[in-house]
Design a protein around this ligand. Sequence first.
Ligand SMILES: Cc1cc2nc3c(=O)[nH]c(=O)nc-3n(C[C@H](O)[C@H](O)[C@H](O)COP(=O)(O)O)c2cc1C
Length: 208
Amino acid sequence: MDTFAAIAARRTIRDFTEQEISAEILDKLFTAGLQAPTNNHMREWEFILLQDREKRHQLLDMVIHPLDEKGALQVIDQWGLKNEDQRNMYLKGIPRQYSMLAQAACLILPCFRQDSPLLHPQTLSDLNPFASIWLCIENILIAAADQGILGVVRIPMEDEIRILKQQLHIPTNYEIPCFLALGYPTENAHRAKQIEINTIDKIHYDKW
Ligand SMILES: Cc1cc2nc3c(=O)[nH]c(=O)nc-3n(C[C@H](O)[C@H](O)[C@H](O)COP(=O)(O)O)c2cc1C
């Protein structure tokens, strides 16, 4: 696949087959991730692979309390969302927050070194490690798409982060940007309808 095709193939899916990802492919994906640009040249990124299914379920039981469609609708209305495509994305996505992480062939917790308080940055540069790890994650997602593997990220809530750090012995100066779930999509895996965007409308010449 060429780069542009892999970028286009990368879509969020939340329904995975049982097919495992081979160790060889996983190694390729992490290698691609570790080639992302990094603010301080150090690539202070670590990855926890939640491989043991039973332990993974136990952990997810502690941190994620999924909503059904009715609960999802209430949240979507509370947020005041009006765009139909966006509402549908959340309507499909919210009820799958547990199952997508439980089913995925591979559940990864990327971690990045963050020596200053992440949620109290003083300057934009304080957020450089956070920005860098997302480049790493995107590299993994595109490399995965190249191999026919898709996935989803979930941003853990404050309480989830506390439990994850405690349960998985994550050092205090490391942060978790997201859960990264990867696997092979089921035949009917839902892909949210994209909001239509014209590239040309997004570009401003010389001034906004
Ligand atoms: C920063 C970020 C946070 C996201 N958080 C979640 C999440 O918590 N749960 C989830 O199911 N999807 C999450 N997503 C996936 C988005 O819903 C998805 O990327 C978006 O709908 C666009 O669809 P696409 O990835 O297929 O292009 C997140 C994506 C990003 C980039």
